[in-house]
Design a protein around this ligand. Structure first.
Ligand code: A3P
Length: 290
């Protein structure tokens, strides 16, 4: 059993997100008492790693490819974020096996997660793509740090001075669950490269089977174009709250390696040095990207 002293093990920098009203803020005490159940499925990501894609896939696996649910219920009500205050009620009200989402570092998850058999799907993505995706998203979503340039966002990202703290610590923290039966780590890149096999892997982990036509429907309705066309998933329903979709789409490019179009050689090299330093000791095959 993994155990964390949620208050003392977390550095102030990591708790940058604590300062965010409505994100964690005053809500923290309430969600820490949340009780996970053994049939819960938690999508765990650092922001901009493909969270919504995973939720769409899990929603469709649950309905065996039937799109009615994803087309009638907003994505944040299908798999509410545990740390977001105004989603908490939807989370508690869910019936049947629950889909739950979180961007929190492992130290901040309710302890009940680690004593339950709830399943954790940890989706990771090349952090250079995460960084670039986050930069564009900061123009769309006011919960993200507002910056004057990509360089400023770059520096903040490396320092961990962004919404969910250091990518490096966040990722290593969750990777400490490797080897547990209830933990599955997936890469955005493999999901993108071979969506069908990766969904099969997810089904196996969840103990579900899909008929070929059900699988085809999952694939069809979770494609980025289908998600852009689905008003329950494209955030147009949130436009005007802390989202401003005039500044860019919620579902931007959806590709691997877009960092090459945005980071300079010097930035990429500085990033790689930091990566080597912070992730030393972890097997390189955990990070199958260039
Ligand atoms: P980009 O900004 O690089 O395009 P999150 O859901 O964690 O906020 O992650 C958002 C990223 O996932 C965005 O990346 C978005 O385009 C990508 N994404 C969302 N749905 C996708 C899909 N169906 N296929 C591929 N990528 C998707």
């Amino acid at each position: 059993t993994l155990e964390f002293d949620t208050a003392s093990e977390v550095s102030e920098e990591l708790l940058y997100l604590k300062k965010k009203e409505g994100y964690v803020g005053k809500h923290s005490r309430q969600y820490r008492d949340f009780v996970f159940k053994e049939d819960d499925v938690l999508t765990l990501t650092y922001p901009k790693s493909g969270t919504h894609w995973m939720i769409e896939i899990l929603s469709l696996i649950r309905t065996k490819g039937d799109p009615k649910w994803i087309q009638s219920v907003p994505i944040w009500d299908r798999s509410p974020w545990i740390e977001i205050l105004n989603m908490y009620e939807a989370l508690e009200a869910q019936e049947g096996p629950r889909l739950i989402t979180s961007h929190l570092p492992i130290q901040l998850l309710p302890k009940s997660l680690f004593t339950s058999k709830a399943k954790v799907i940890h989706l990771i993505r090349n952090p250079k793509d995460v960084l670039v995706s986050g930069y564009f998203f900061s123009k769309v979503c006011s919960s993200f740090e507002q910056v004057a340039s990509l360089q400023e966002h770059f520096e903040r990202f490396l320092q961990g001075n962004v919404l969910c703290g250091s990518w490096f610590e966040h990722t290593q923290g969750w990777m400490s669950m490797r080897g547990k039966e209830s933990y599955l780590m997936l890469h955005y890149e493999e999901l993108k490269r071979d969506t069908r096999s990766t969904i099969e892997k997810i089904c196996q982990f969840l103990g579900k089977t899909l008929e070929p036509e059900e699988m085809n429907s999952v694939l069809k309705h979770s494609s980025i174009q289908a998600m852009r066309d689905n008003k329950m998933s494209n955030y147009t329903l949130m436009d005007g709250s802390n989202f401003n979709l005039k500044n860019g789409p919620f579902l931007r490019k959806g590709v691997s390696g877009d960092w090459k179009n945005h980071l300079t050689v010097a930035q990429a090299e500085a990033f790689d040095r930091m990566f080597q330093e912070k992730m030393a000791g972890l097997p390189p095959e955990l990070f199958p990207w260039d």
